[in-house]
Design a protein around this ligand. Structure first.
Ligand code: 2BA
Length: 107
C-alpha cells in the first residue's frame, strides 16, 4: 500500500477531492502553507494499493492547474530597504510524493 501526498492550490482542492470520491478513492484534505510564498495551499492524503497509484495521480493532474504568482521584493540600499519590481513565480499544478505504508488499519 502507498500513501500519496499531493500539495495543490486551494482553488483546485474541491475539484480534486470530488473527482477522487467519484472514482472511489478516500482522501483527506489538510490546510497547509508553502514555505516559500508563505501562502495557503492544500495537502491531500490518499492511501491506495500500489496498482491504483497512477489512477490517483492522473485525477490530481487533471484538476491541478499551474498559476503565476507575483511576490514583492526589496533591495537593500545604503539608506535602508527599497521596494523593487515584483517577481513572478510559477506555482503548481501539484507537488506529489508517494511513500510506502508499513501498516494500515481501521479499528
Ligand atoms: P511554496 O513553498 O510556497 O512555493 C511556491 C512556489 O515558489 C514553488 O512552486 C516554486 O515555483 C517557487 N519556489 C519554492 N521554493 C523556491 C526557492 N527556494 N527559490 C525560488 N523559487 C522557489 P511549486 O514548486 O509548484 O511548489 C508548490 C508548493 O508545493 C510549495 O509552496 C510547497 O508548499 C510545496 N513543495 C514544493 N516542493 C516541495 C518539497 N520538495 N518538499 C515539500 N513541499 C514542497
Amino acid at each position: 500500500m502507498k500513501l500519496i501526498l499531493a500539495i495543490i492550490n486551494r482553488d483546485d482542492a474541491n475539484a480534486v477531492t470530488q473527482s477522487l470520491t467519484k472514482a472511489g478513492f478516500s482522501s483527506t484534505k489538510l490546510s497547509t502553507t508553502g514555505g516559500f510564498l508563505m501562502a495557503g495551499n492544500v495537502t491531500i492524503l490518499v492511501g491506495v494499493d500500489e496498482e491504483k497509484v497512477q489512477s490517483v495521480i492522473d485525477i490530481i493532474k487533471e484538476h491541478s492547474h499551474s498559476r503565476k504568482e507575483l511576490i514583492p521584493t526589496t533591495t537593500e540600499m545604503s539608506y535602508g530597504y527599497y521596494p523593487s519590481m515584483p517577481v513572478e513565480v510559477l506555482v503548481g499544478g501539484a507537488t506529489i510524493f508517494v511513500v510506502d505504508i508499513e501498516r494500515f488499519e481501521r479499528v
